[in-house]
Design a protein around this ligand. Structure first.
Ligand code: SAH
Length: 210
């Protein structure tokens, strides 16, 4: 009960500051138990608006950042989404909720320990449409392609080419990309095989894509 109240107040805060707007995404944040995705030793901070350590010097992103990225991706029921950087599995679980039982989320993670962590956490919330796969996100995941959308949750020098190819024309990629000014949250719409529309949502801090 205590967790539910804390979650409610975090959700209300994110609505009040103006980042959380879409009813289905609000519902996802209200329902998803973030305390089941953080390390037990940080559970009392599960609903603070801060990033928390997972394992191997990696993190579960700050709720504010997760909201900005999820709102920017605009996940819809029935879509197939690729996430790169499963970490705790929390972001993938939110996306899984948003795309619903007819949709699917594939999330890639490099670190075997984190693959296990994400798999267990997702099993804990009984989401059957989210698949955690060990692999290098820079290669994307050809086997399940094409994807309607992709979210990269680690900072990259540029969006990996295979990922761009594996997203459908008309699809979208949200990713923190390094440039001269630091890490910028980019929203990239794939208008055709070679034409892209880019939008910069501002500065964010991420662990690097390795
Ligand atoms: N989305 C996560 C947070 C991700 S942090 C969550 O909701 O908790 C970034 C993650 O990307 C880390 O777990 C890191 O191990 C992973 N990562 C880094 N480089 C990667 C790569 N090349 N391929 C797949 N995962 C990678």
């Amino acid at each position: 009960m205590r967790f539910r109240e804390q979650r409610e107040s975090l959700v209300n805060h994110l609505i009040e500051v103006g980042v959380l707007n879409t009813p289905r995404i609000i519902e996802a944040f209200k329902k998803m138990p973030r305390h089941l995705f953080v390390r037990k030793d940080y559970i009392r901070h599960a609903y603070d608006d801060i990033p928390l350590p997972t394992f191997k010097s990696q993190t579960i992103s700050q709720p504010y950042t997760i909201v900005v990225m999820t709102e920017a991706l605009e996940p819809k029921p029935g879509e197939k989404i690729l996430e790169i950087g499963a970490g705790s599995g929390y972001q993938a679980a939110l996306l899984g909720y948003c795309v619903g039982p007819k949709g699917k989320v594939i999330t890639l993670e490099l670190e075997p320990d984190l693959v296990e962590f994400a798999k267990n956490n997702i099993k804990g919330v009984k989401l059957k449409n989210v698949k955690v796969i060990q692999g290098d996100g820079k290669k994307g995941y050809q086997k399940e392609s094409p994807y309607d959308k992709c979210m990269i949750t680690a900072a990259c020098k540029e969006i990996p080419k295979p990922v761009i190819e594996q997203v459908k024309v008309g699809g979208r990629i949200v990713a923190p990309v390094n440039n001269f000014f630091g890490q910028r949250m980019m929203v990239v719409d794939k208008l055709s095989k070679k034409k892209f529309k880019k939008k910069d949502l501002g500065s964010f801090v991420f662990v690097p894509l390795r």
